[in-house]
Design a binder for this molecule. Structure first.
Ligand code: FUL
Ligand code: CA
Length: 683
């Protein structure tokens, strides 16, 4: 144990009092630039480039600059939305795998300078940087090392090209806070007309040490991102989820960008040698680039909140992507979704119950490291114990019984990440009862649990790489996520209704009336075997707040239905799951309903995959009593299905039949027709 005597600094009453030295670092510790960055927590991605216009995720490299032609581009709109959403910076795809660049680079013709946008005089990196700075946002650059356009890709000459371009980007646009090097590298491409596959040795080809040296020289404060860091690492998935146990320590010398089995390193390691914190990246839609056919797939509020809690709440930063559309704007639906998330985060953390509470620790290191530092809102003041006191707990007394469901903890990671196990307990009649537990904490850890009432709680630090050094502890009561409940039915007709978040109550109706809070609560699944409308609402019992209405029009259950097919999987077209699908053999989807019914229409859900195919464009619907003689009841086109693959409904005059078939006369892409879900209408 080290103690200093600082007689010259001591004043007044504390004259000659011993001051405890801060705890020793536990290595590795963050660099200054990482300390500045970790506080940002949340920033945005803009994927906008040639792919926006070629409607692809990865361009081949043979696209033409003339294709890049946004009609209403406004980088100020992006920055305004990011700012309103609480983001601290934005990162733009200056060059993606197809090689097209958003600035007038002197080193290539494959650039905005040869596009119709702003008559070839535009510089999108400049417009972007100016717009960000006007809103107080930091500016980041995504640069793809892989270039499917460049003739020299794979040769040493290309590395010079890449460094020249990085020099342009890092010299001409002011301070850059993060540079994002993508791990996807090498493969087939156009490569100046060669049209071939070019494999590169991802470890050695780019000579990263030299490139990184250049980048450091030009932008000493910039965080360098790649799978392997060196400053910030990929989280190992594109769902935006870090891990229950997430270390900022990484065995950095064992990993490199684009390595095949990166996954197993993605959580970081307790004994990692370098400080390389995780960044969770995710798009607000399935694709990174804009596709109109994903307009109905913008992530919902419960999905976005899950991302928030699993990234920022699990020791990671969060990078959410906007696929800017062909106008050059963030789509209205994406804006709505991100602002809803921002509002919900604000609501969840509106009141820190710990702020007014009294804190008492089982041990501390002296007055400067008192437990009151845990609720002063200052990350740089912390509570810690004497050297060797590895286990300790902090009791929080609210003064009266309060209700809560979130615990937020921040470790003072500037001295290294330590905690390996902790738990939360509440006092019940003089004894302690466990509410929740966790492993790592890191810069920020948020535990979610069901609403709990208590006057006193305690946080136990059970195991760590060193003594606990904790900056802040917060306790919150997040209102239930009031999202319309999900109503689903099995093919057998069993209906279940689930709320987006535990703790909320559900009320429902099956007779067409509007469900009311307090009337007809949902407790168990029930049967719906005829055409019936089920409606439901979620209610927060504490505030009495009511969600929007959920409504599903069910028709005949499908358990007895048989799809005529010789290939496997045809029942996937009638399994009440829109995420499974079947590819038809001959563009015909034919069903035996098992019994006669009076049909007045059909429903068709096209395939919902990330790369869907076989949407039916032109159709004929036929019915039959015996399965051999057929009668046409409808014919037409599913307009705009390519761009909006939502449920299609066709109505016709009532007709009695046992068999029904949907025939594709044409699919949007010429591929075999696919069916995600087929249904009939009998009312
Ligand atoms: C990936 C890329 O291949 C995607 O297109 C996207 O840019 C994403 C952020 O990183 O590795
Ligand atoms: Ca503090």
């Amino acid at each position: 144990m080290k103690k200093y005597i600082w007689p010259f600094l001591a004043l007044g009453l504390s004259y000659c009092q011993e001051k405890a030295a801060p705890p020793e670092q536990v290595l590795p510790v963050p660099h200054e630039r990482q300390i500045a960055w970790q506080d940002m927590q949340y920033y945005g991605f803009v994927h906008f480039n040639m792919n926006t216009f070629s409607d692809r995720e990865w361009g081949f490299g043979d696209e033409k600059p003339e294709q890049f032609n946004p009609t209403a581009l406004d980088a100020k709109q992006w920055a305004r939305i990011a700012k309103e959403a609480g983001m601290k910076g934005l990162i733009i795809t200056a060059k993606h795998h197809d090689g097209f660049v958003l600035w007038p680079s002197a080193y290539t013709e494959h650039s905005v300078k040869n596009s119709p946008w702003r008559d070839g005089k535009g510089d999108l990196i400049k417009e972007f940087a100016d717009a960000c700075r006007a809103e107080g946002l930091k500016v980041g650059i995504y640069y793809s090392p892989w270039d499917r356009n460049h003739p020299d890709y794979g040769k040493p000459e290309y590395i010079t090209y890449m460094r020249n371009q990085l020099t342009e980007l890092l010299t001409n646009y002011g301070e850059i806070y993060e540079i994002w090097f993508d791990g996807a590298n090498g493969g087939t491409g156009w490569y100046g007309g060669a049209n071939e596959e070019r494999k590169v040795d991802k470890f050695s080809y780019y000579d990263w040490p030299t490139t990184l040296e250049l980048v450091r020289k030009l932008q000493p404060n910039a965080m360098l991102f790649s799978d392997a860091g060196p400053d910030v690492r990929w989280v190992g998935n594109e769902h935006g989820f870090a891990y229950e146990t997430t270390w900022s320590n990484l065995m950095r010398d064992s990993v490199y960008a684009g390595m095949p089995d990166f996954d197993k390193w993605a959580t970081g390691q307790e004994n990692g040698t370098h400080w390389v914190p995780a960044e969770s990246d995710v798009s607000i839609r399935p694709g990174w680039y804009y596709h109109t056919y994903e307009d109905h797939k913008v992530r919902t509020l419960p999905e976005l909140m899950e991302i928030y809690y699993k990234s920022i709440g699990q020791n990671s930063s969060l990078l959410i992507n906007f696929p800017v559309d062909t106008r050059g704007l963030i789509h209205e639906k994406d804006e709505e979704a991100i602002l809803k998330m921002a509002a919900k985060v604000k609501e969840d953390f509106a009141v820190n119950l710990a702020e007014e509470a009294s804190f008492e620790a089982s041990a501390d290191r002296g007055i400067e490291y008192d437990a009151k530092n845990l609720s002063d809102g200052d990350f740089n003041t912390y509570w810690t114990t004497q050297d060797g006191e590895m286990q300790a707990s902090v009791e929080i007394d609210f003064g009266k019984e309060v209700s809560f469901n979130r615990l937020l903890i921040q470790e003072f990671v500037n001295l290294g990440q330590r905690v390996k196990a902790f738990s939360l307990e509440k006092e019940v009649n003089g004894s302690w009862e466990k509410i929740a537990e966790g492993t790592t904490i890191g810069y920020k850890r948020i535990l979610r649990f069901a609403d709990t009432q208590a006057q006193k709680i305690r946080v136990n630090f059970l195991d760590g790489k060193g003594i606990p050094v904790i900056s802040e502890i917060g306790v919150y009561s997040a209102p239930a996520l009031l999202f319309p409940p999900k109503i689903t039915r099995t093919p057998e007709g069993k209906v279940s209704i689930t709320a987006a978040e535990g703790g909320s109550e559900i009320y429902f109706s099956t007779d067409g009336s509007k469900p009311e809070a307090g009337k007809n609560p949902y407790t168990n699944e029930f049967e719906v075997l005829t055409a019936q409308t089920v409606q439901a609402i979620a209610v927060d019992p504490r505030s009495g707040k009511v969600s929007d209405l959920a409504r599903v029009d069910f028709d005949l259950p499908k358990a007895q239905w048989k799809v005529a097919a010789t290939t496997e999987g045809s029942q996937k077209g009638v399994d009440e799951d829109i995420n499974s699908y079947w590819t038809t053999e001959n563009d015909v989807f034919q069903v035996d309903l098992g019994a006669n019914a009076v049909l007045t229409g059909i429903t068709y859900y096209p395939m919902q995959g990330r790369y869907p195919s076989g949407f039916i464009a032109d159709y004929v619907i036929e019915v039959s009593q015996n399965g051999s003689s057929w009668k046409e009841v409808a014919r037409g086109e599913f307009s705009n299905i390519a761009n909006s693959p939502i449920e299609q409904i066709v109505r016709f005059d009532g007709v009695e039949a046992r068999h029904v078939r949907l025939k594709a006369l044409k699919t949007t892409d010429g591929d075999k027709a696919t069916v995600a879900e087929f249904g009939v209408i009998t009312r």
